[in-house]
Design a protein around this ligand. Structure first.
Ligand code: COA
Length: 173
């Protein structure tokens, strides 16, 4: 367990298990299955860490730590794909997931964590800024793709702002 949270009972933030991968399809359904499976493979290889918010054994939220960062910040990790099941939003679980991910990053000795937020997602941006993330000023197109349930390649481009947070490495070790 990485961290605990309270929401209609006691929940925990923990690394994903194989059984979570299908359960996480509450977002995206079978169309995102190939994306979750690729994520799980990368989790197993250590390229990324998929953390989930576990409530009674079910993953009601997730966040991904990409250890090698990305082009805008290749020297420290990138936090991606933060989401909480709609039924459980507004109770602090998203913030706790973010904090748990930052704790992992700080424990590996990285002084910063980065993330990007879609320009049309002011709710998430407010959350990140409240938790200490600051815009670097970089705005760019982020591309991602997946194969849907019919095997069709779906390619998406999102206009995002780059955000960075300085971590207190000592306090989290
Ligand atoms: C963004 C997201 C992950 C936030 O998850 P969450 O669990 O709702 O997050 P939190 O509860 O920690 O914080 C969200 C808001 O709830 C408020 N909140 C926190 N604890 C609360 C509580 N106990 N009671 C009521 N509100 C609370 C916070 O003040 C925050 O408000 P803000 O909009 O002013 O920042 C969630 O809305 C989501 O999954 N959205 C869709 C996917 C998405 O946009 N992801 C981000 C991609 S960059």
């Amino acid at each position: 367990m990485v961290m605990s949270f309270s929401f209609a009972g006691q929940g925990t933030i923990r690394p994903a298990r194989a059984a979570d991968i299908r359960a996480l399809e509450w977002h995206g359904g079978p169309d995102l299955r190939s994306w979750y499976e690729a994520c799980w493979r990368d989790h197993q290889s250590g390229a990324l860490t998929l953390l989930v918010a576990d409530l009674s054994g079910f993953p009601i939220g997730q966040i991904v730590v990409v250890w090698n960062g990305k082009p805008s910040h290749p020297h420290f990790p990138d936090l991606q794909s933060l989401r909480v099941h709609p039924a459980f939003r507004g109770g602090g679980i998203g913030s706790t997931l973010l904090e748990a991910a930052e704790t992992l990053v700080a424990k590996r000795g990285f002084p910063q964590s980065g993330l990007s937020v879609n320009l049309d997602n002011p709710h998430a941006r407010r959350l990140y800024e409240r938790l200490g993330y600051r815009a670097t000023g970089a705005v760019y197109d982020e591309k991602w793709s997946y194969r849907d349930a019919h095997g069709n390649l779906v390619e998406l481009t999102e206009r995002v702002a780059d955000l960075v947070k300085d971590l207190e490495v000592e306090a989290r070790t």
